[in-house]
Design a protein around this ligand. Sequence first.
Ligand code: MG
Ligand code: FE
Length: 170
Amino acid sequence: MTTDVNENLLAWLKDAHAMEQQAEHMLKAQASRIDHYPELKARLESHLQETLGQQALVEGCIKRLNGSASVFKDLAGRMTAFAQAAGGMTQHDEVVKGAIAGYVFENLEIACYTSLIAAAREAGDSETERVCEGILEQEKSMSTWMLNHLPTVTHDFLVRSATPGQKAKV
Ligand code: MG
Ligand code: FE
């Protein structure tokens, strides 16, 4: 049994779409809970908007390859465990754990789009290649932002935690 390059490309685009749905749930959950870390909240909200755009772009690639949207729901389940762990945290330090998980998730996305770009090139699908390169840049800048702001988030959390009467958790 063989699977040709277009079949693999289509399957991986569907996986990417499912990943972006999980990203949407995770970013929504985190951003809506955060109260005392306005910079982080704003960046999560702006990446949520980017993520919705990415979903539409990936869906466009799937449709051009004659894929159906009906399998998205099943595939989304694959990413659920990670997103639940990242988005549904209720520990006292959830803002820090969430920022770490967010950074990890961005790097999963970076790896997936890097692989997708190579697959699109192999398939001769220059439109998918171009789309994924654009998305990859957004994921890279989100990843960099998250990493650069981890020390600040951690510092702010620790200061708030040690200050009587201040809520530190989110
Ligand atoms: Mg994304
Ligand atoms: Fe992302």
